[in-house]
Design a binder for this molecule. Structure first.
Ligand SMILES: [Zn+2]
Length: 405
């Protein structure tokens, strides 16, 4: 996930966090556990395989290890090679004209800045295989700065681990998907979504054949370290027909999926941005920012692996439905915001207020939270929300995102 815009509205191109009301500066100690490197095993087909918690964990520990140097520069190249090996091991076909990698080339100088990595699983139905579902996650992070490693375990080894496990589950399913599915690791997200921007400009298939784009960025923690049960999903406002699939995929999973509008965030915080601009239906999954966001303390031992596994299974469920349904909900130009969004924001505000001291929430912020919470409780009890009420909720949520995190 790339940083917030600074409060003066100027974007920080280096991907660092902009000026904030309060910076939580945690210099974490570098206690890495190089545990659980997955032993190569021969993949076997299963009826309906699912993302596996132990493999997700092993993948996060691998990508966040010092060997990958915070996945920038040489470390970024190493991470891309690691993804190529993973795709090859799953016997997925290369996405880019026989190659697994797409060099990201600077327009004027021709310099190669980084590389996206992609693989495909061609759909089984001849009538539908020209339609595509994308499952993606950025693999780059902040590198090593002044000798200090930024491991980026949540941001975004967690998302990459999900993407590889979804790829594995689909590749080894007894019943392959009807539509084609591509699996993408984006590079250079942290510097300003370079990888995904380059991809949409140089897509290997026409974007009007992409029925759904899914990305996940930071799915292993909890918003503010306190919203334990929640994963948030944005983008369904442009394709509300996806919501029943999300709900069905989340049923009986130990995670709560909170629907939010993408306008909760002040700018495109992750790789869904370039796809949204092209009106490709998208879903963006994230558990949100936490005190170790973009610090050396974003280490693999801080992640909640049962939660990461549950989220990965929810995403797989959505992908399976989208890949084999008769039709996929089209882009809805007028955003549709459900009442459940107010329920989600209410729960978040409640959790923040409960942990007010630990999160060092000041009195003016607490006042705003309390006030908004009271209104949200009335809205939820009434069972409807007016555009004006939503605007108020949106302003409060945006302010909290910037001021508290
Ligand atoms: Zn980030």
């Amino acid at each position: 996930m790339r940083g917030h815009p600074p409060l003066d509205g100027q974007e920080d191109g280096a991907g660092r966090r902009g000026s904030m009301v309060r910076r939580i500066g945690t210099i974490g100690f570098l206690g890495f556990l190089l545990a659980g490197l997955a032993a190569p095993t021969a993949p076997a087909r299963a009826e309906a395989p699912e993302p596996d918690e132990a493999r997700l964990k092993a993948e996060v520990f691998t990508l966040a290890s010092p060997e990958f140097r915070g996945r920038r520069g040489e470390g970024g190249r190493k991470a891309s090679e690691h993804l190529v090996e993973a795709f090859r091991g799953l016997k997925l076909e290369p996405l880019f004209d026989g190659a697994y990698t797409q060099p990201i080339v600077e327009g004027t100088t021709g310099e190669v800045l980084g590389r996206n990595v992609g693989a495909k699983l061609v759909g089984a139905d001849p009538a539908l295989r020209h339609e595509w579902i994308i499952v993606s996650a950025h693999f780059d992070h902040l590198g090593v700065r002044r000798g200090v490693l930024f491991p980026g375990a949540d941001d975004n080894a967690s998302g990459v681990a999900m993407m590889l496990e979804v790829a594995r589950s689909l590749a080894l399913s007894a019943e392959p998907p009807k539509r084609s599915v591509m699996f993408l690791g984006f590079d250079l997200e942290e510097v300003g979504l370079y990888g995904s921007r380059y991809f949409v400009e140089h897509a290997p298939v026409s974007l009007d054949r992409v029925r759904l784009f899914i990305t996940a960025d930071m799915i292993g923690r909890a918003l503010g370290g306190v919203c334990r049960s929640y994963v948030f999903v944005m983008g369904s406002e442009h394709a509300p027909g996806l919501r029943p699939w999300i709900a069905a995929a989340a049923e009986r999973r130990p995670v709560t999926v909170g629907i939010l509008g993408s306008d909760m965030l002040l700018l495109d915080r992750s790789d869904y941005g370039p796809f949204r601009a092209r009106k490709v239906p998208y879903l963006f999954f994230s558990t949100g920012e936490h005190p170790q966001y973009h610090t050396p303390g974003d280490t693999p031992e801080t992640l909640d692996y049962p939660k990461l596994a549950a989220i990965s299974r929810v995403i797989l469920g959505v992908v399976r439905r989208a890949a084999s349904a008769e039709s996929v909900p089209k882009w809805n130009p007028v955003p549709d915001h459900p009442l459940s969004e107010a329920v989600t924001v209410r729960d978040v505000f409640r959790a923040l207020l409960e942990h007010r001291d630990g999160l060092q929430i000041g009195s003016s912020q607490a006042f705003l939270l309390t006030n908004t919470l009271r209104k949200l409780e009335a809205i939820v009890a009434r069972g409807s929300i007016t555009p004006g009420e939503r605007a108020g909720m949106l302003n409060a949520a945006r302010f909290v995102m910037i001021a508290v995190f």
